[in-house]
Design a protein. Structure first.
Length: 189
């Protein structure tokens, strides 16, 4: 009888551990909100900047950027109103758009806009490209250690955006950046 009690205890513990592994995740999924939300092409996303440009009485009151989602994507929750992270439903691309306000000298600000990427451990380098897309003009960059990694920093008035794409190819990433920036506009939020 004593032997039976000693062997039942570990068996009950093992069953409890298995129940935790298989029962708790579905319960958590039901209790925790979805971290990704499907976004249809043509949906407008507005990101509000955290800078001080519109508060300082500058000539440009914009403090946000609005852009159109170019293809079916899933928006990944970030908890920040200054950043949007999206994953394409069509291929293996991830898009990130972030906005800052109060830019008075883009030549000085452009390298600083890449600092969050570097702080996250990404190698990022300007590749010498310049562009104009919609209301924005800026510089292109690459993330050489990231598959298909490309990026751009751009400005319109005193608002600046950083757009990064990782995924299939650099050409596909550049096309996605161009679509986002063509549809972007500085707005007052």
């Amino acid at each position: 009888m004593v032997r039976l009690l000693h062997s039942v205890g570990p068996a009950v513990a093992a069953v409890g551990a298995l129940a935790t592994v298989f029962a708790v995740p579905p319960l958590l999924d039901a209790a925790v909100p979805t971290r990704e939300t499907a976004v249809a092409p043509g949906t407008v996303i507005t990101l509000t900047a955290s800078g001080v440009g519109s508060l300082s009485g500058g000539a440009d009151p914009a403090n946000a950027v609005a852009f159109v989602v170019p293809e079916p994507m899933d928006r990944i929750a970030t908890g920040s109103e200054t950043v949007a992270v999206l994953r394409s439903q069509l291929d293996d691309q991830r898009l990130s758009v972030s906005v800052v306000d109060g830019i008075t000298d883009f030549a000085v600000a452009a390298p600083r806009l890449l600092l969050p990427l570097r702080a996250a451990g990404e190698q990022v380098d300007f590749d010498g490209g310049a562009f104009r897309a919609g209301e924005f003009e800026g510089l292109t960059c690459v993330l050489p250690n990231t598959a298909g990694g490309v990026c751009a920093v751009a400005t319109s008035g005193d608002v600046a955006v950083t757009v990064t794409v990782a995924g299939t190819t650099r050409e596909a990433g550049r096309a996605l950046i161009a679509m986002v920036l063509e549809s972007s506009r500085a707005v007052t939020e």
